[in-house]
Design a protein around this ligand. Structure first.
Ligand SMILES: *Cc1c(COP(=O)(O)O)cnc(C)c1O
Length: 394
């Protein structure tokens, strides 16, 4: 076959990271082993000295994990991937590899909650400062840059309002200041948005979401743009130790094969669901990157090839309507997480952010009637009918 890196993404999802295996197996075997024996002392010494191409210990390297890492590196157009035990492990490792005490981070304010907490607690305890800004506003990004800014961290579309940020423009701002751009691409995934092509240096994914796509794995990955960044990132991950295991890597690699089909169908469904919600009298507003009503619709059109599967909307009836909707949907599952084959629905004000208090919630743009929906690959008519029936009661 021609160079997999030049193939279309649908071809890459099926074939990337697949090699030749014993017995002509067409998928990578699961090397569920913690350690690898050496042929003799000289062989062990060579491997530890970095000579030759063999395996030592699964925290350092494992062929099943590597196959998955190679596949996602190809999909994202990066040099190398580093499989991690969760999305948060990937984010922590990426920060640890790029920052030291006294450095400063400019981050999207609308990032995944635990990412913001990681910056404000763990990283801050280690002497790393951060500024949370609205990265859809390029002037705000420029204004937040300091001489010691080493990392610009962006999530687009961001949580929970699906605000979008212009990656190419932010990459320019970061690079002019000598900082690296790290992008959390979990919401869109490589089929619809490839941040490295837009100037990012590092891409992060929670593999737990659409890349695995079947709600049965917790995992993460870091993709580095350049080969020369890789050894330092690998050493950092090796020392922190937050690696993924071979079986989960196998499952993610298996999930990847249908990634393009899944996200295209989910995105098609999501556009129809979003249009239905936008026309519904009990809903104040809908945010979906594929709807022209989205405030950054043009940015989305420029850097994404679809709207994705995530929708946010505001129920006119506030908290009570949110609870009623949650208790009356039957097809969409009442659960956190996103990007899987099944539709998932969540009402932050009464669940994940209930303990936060209204004032703090409003600051984080978590309004009382805000609902987050991850649209799955069920038949769209069934998803809409389920929502319509539940909305009747709100
Ligand atoms: C879920 C998620 C994470 C964290 O991933 P885990 O696998 O749960 O650790 C990070 N970023 C985004 C955007 C997410 O949705």
């Amino acid at each position: 076959m021609k160079d997999i890196r030049k193939a279309a993404i649908e071809t890459q999802t099926v074939h990337a990271g697949i090699g030749e295996y014993e017995f002509g197996a067409v998928v990578p075997p699961i090397y569920q082993t913690s350690t690898f024996k050496f042929e003799n002392v000289a062989h062990g010494a060579d491997l530890f000295a970095g000579r030759g191409d063999g395996y030592i210990y699964t925290r350092m390297r494992n062929p099943t994990i590597e196959a998955m890492e190679d596949a996602i590196a190809v999909l994202e157009g990066g040099a190398k991937g580093l499989g991690c035990g969760s999305g948060m492990a990937a984010i922590h490792t990426a920060f640890a590899a790029t920052l030291k005490a006294g450095d400063h981070v400019v981050s999207s304010e609308s990032v995944y909650g635990p990412t913001s907490t990681l910056l404000k607690t763990v990283m801050s305890n280690f002497g790393i400062e951060s500024s949370m800004v609205d990265t859809s506003d390029l002037d705000a990004v420029s204004a937040a840059m300091r001489p010691n800014t080493r990392v610009v961290y962006v999530e687009t579309p961001g949580n929970p309002t699906l605000v979008m940020s212009d990656l190419r423009a932010i990459a320019d701002i970061a690079h002019k200041a000598g900082a690296v751009l790290i992008v959390d691409n979990t919401f869109m995934g490589p089929v619809m948005q490839r941040p490295i092509e837009l100037g990012a240096d590092v891409v992060i994914h929670s593999l737990t979401k659409s890349l695995n796509g079947h709600a049965d794995v917790v995992g993460g990955i870091i993709i580095v743009k350049d080969e020369d960044m890789y050894p330092h990132f690998r050493k950092t991950l090796n020392q922190i130790g937050g690696v993924i295991d071979p079986f989960n890597s196998f499952l993610v690699h298996r999930g990847l094969k249908t990634l393009a089909l899944r996200v295209e169908r989910a995105s098609e469904n999501a556009l129809k669901v979003a249009s239905f919600l936008e026309a519904h009298p009990k809903i104040d507003w809908v945010r979906y990157p594929g709807l022209p009503s989205h405030p950054q619709y043009e940015i989305g059109q420029k850097q994404m090839s679809g709207g994705g599967m995530m929708i946010s909307f505001e129920l006119s009836g506030g908290i009570e309507a949110g609870k009623t909707l949650m208790d009356n949907v039957h097809l969409s599952l009442l659960a956190v997480s996103l990007g899987g084959v099944e539709s998932l629905i969540q009402h932050p004000a009464s669940m994940t952010h209930a303990s936060m208090g209204k004032e703090q919630r409003e600051q984080a743009k978590i309004t009382d009637g805000l609902v987050r929906l991850s649209v799955g690959i069920e038949h769209v008519d069934d998803i809409i009918e389920d929502l319509a029936d539940a909305l009747e009661k709100c």
